[in-house]
Design a protein around this ligand. Structure first.
Ligand SMILES: NC(=O)C1=CN([C@@H]2O[C@H](COP(=O)(O)OP(=O)(O)OC[C@H]3O[C@@H](n4cnc5c(N)ncnc54)[C@H](OP(=O)(O)O)[C@@H]3O)[C@@H](O)[C@H]2O)C=CC1
Ligand SMILES: N[C@@H](CC(=O)OP(=O)(O)O)C(=O)O
Length: 347
């Protein structure tokens, strides 16, 4: 038996990847519909090798009779239409930050906390922030071994994290530099080509950014409510692939050999750590890949029970679309994708 699946935000960077991954992984679909803004109605986009979908309007779409909706149309749009879809009996997996911290809405990285799906009460499941998702995959096996108390992380985030317009801006500025065009700055606060910007999402009162705040609160919701997180999130001129330099401080003594063995066995992780030229993974090597790559694993001698690592993944896949499809697969595996199990919210 297959499912009727809607993809909202289908013309965007994440939406296109969602369609690609549903087809690639042979998710059991009977029917797929692509939804976006009124601007895109009638546009054609591919689903798999053979099918072409005509984009429909999310604003007027009736979700009655649809089993599953994968949303990535931006937080403000999800805020309106995800509850409507859920109220029509369609289970929503939302990629935006809008519902992540709400009670009764599981925030899930399947390799880490798939069981939380059973606690869904409102017909909506949240997909984590891209930087958080890959960090959770890399740290779960280490947390199981050594019990992490504190994480210090610096991110190097690709422009595709800011959607298709972010990618266009890096491309235009890079090209423009070679013909002496002054850079047009719209998606980022400063020139991104040949530069790095220590600012992602809006500023909070304490001087951190919302991206940094999300990494802290989402880690606590997914992995362990007692972990402290200090994040610095930086945009870099890379098209796809988020990188992270992570230092952890643990309760128990760390053992490098045990850490390596656990990472080798962990679901979703590939350890590539050869301590020689090129024996580590860079973002461009992760494009189109599903794994979260860990390199540069070493003891951090500056704290008790400290360990440092480098972690890289395709932000549009594990950071967004792949994780969403894995959630859908996990719902199917756990027999949760049926009427009455994920109760629709009252709207
Ligand atoms: N990029 C990433 O790494 C990650 C992104 N996300 C989240 O996913 C969401 C989308 O990101 P991304 O794909 O990168 O963004 P894009 O800008 O590339 O795409 C946005 C999508 O949303 C659609 N959309 C915009 N406004 C409306 C509307 N009023 N009604 C219906 N559809 C609308 C757009 O349709 P149209 O083409 O018609 O304008 C487009 O399909 C964001 O909320 C982001 O937070 C989450 C994790 C990671
Ligand atoms: N903020 C992330 C992508 C994203 O949209 O995250 P969120 O869904 O948490 O707003 C980035 O720019 O790389």
């Amino acid at each position: 038996m297959g499912y009727r699946v809607a993809v909202a935000g289908a013309t965007g960077a994440v939406g296109r990847e969602l369609l690609r991954i549903l087809a690639e992984r042979d998710f059991p679909v009977d029917e797929v519909v692509a939804l976006a803004s009124p601007r895109s109605v009638g546009r054609e986009i591919s689903f798999g090798e053979k099918k072409v979908l005509k984009v429909q309007n999310l604003e007027t779409f009736d979700f009655t009779g649809w089993d599953l909706a994968l949303f990535s149309p931006g937080g403000e749009v999800s805020a309106i239409y995800a509850p409507k879809a859920a109220a029509a009996g369609c289970v929503v997996i939302d990629n935006t930050s809008h519902f992540r911290m709400e009670p009764g809405i599981p925030l899930v990285v399947p390799e880490v906390n798939a069981k939380a799906l059973k606690k869904a009460r409102r017909g909506i499941i949240a997909n984590p922030n891209c930087s958080t998702a890959q960090m959770m995959v890399a740290l779960k096996p280490l947390h199981d071994l050594f019990k992490i108390k504190r994480i210090v992380v610096s991110t190097y985030q690709a422009v595709s994290g800011a959607g298709k317009d972010g990618m266009d801006e890096l491309f235009a500025q890079t090209k423009g530099t070679f013909v002496n065009d002054p850079p047009t700055i719209a998606q980022f606060t400063k020139q991104i080509a040949f530069n790095v910007i220590p600012h992602i999402d809006r500023f909070m009162e304490d001087g951190s950014t919302k991206e940094e705040w999300k990494m802290a609160v989402e880690t606590r919701k997914i992995l362990d409510p007692d972990i402290q997180v200090m994040a610095t999130c930086v945009r870099v001129p890379v098209f796809i692939g988020h990188s992270e330099a992570i230092s952890i401080e643990c309760e128990k003594p760390v053992d490098l050999k045990k850490a390596r063995n656990a990472l080798r066995k962990a679901l979703g992780v590939i350890l590539r750590d050869e301590r020689e030229d090129g024996g580590y993974v860079t973002p461009i090597e992760t494009v189109g890949e599903d794994a979260t790559y860990v390199s540069r694993l070493r003891i951090d001698p500056s704290v008790e029970n400290g360990l440092a690592l480098w972690c890289v993944s395709d932000n549009l896949r594990k950071g967004a679309a792949l994780n969403a499809v894995q959630i859908a697969e996990s719902l199917v595996e756990q027999d949760l994708l049926k009427d009455g199990v994920l109760l629709p919210p009252k709207v």
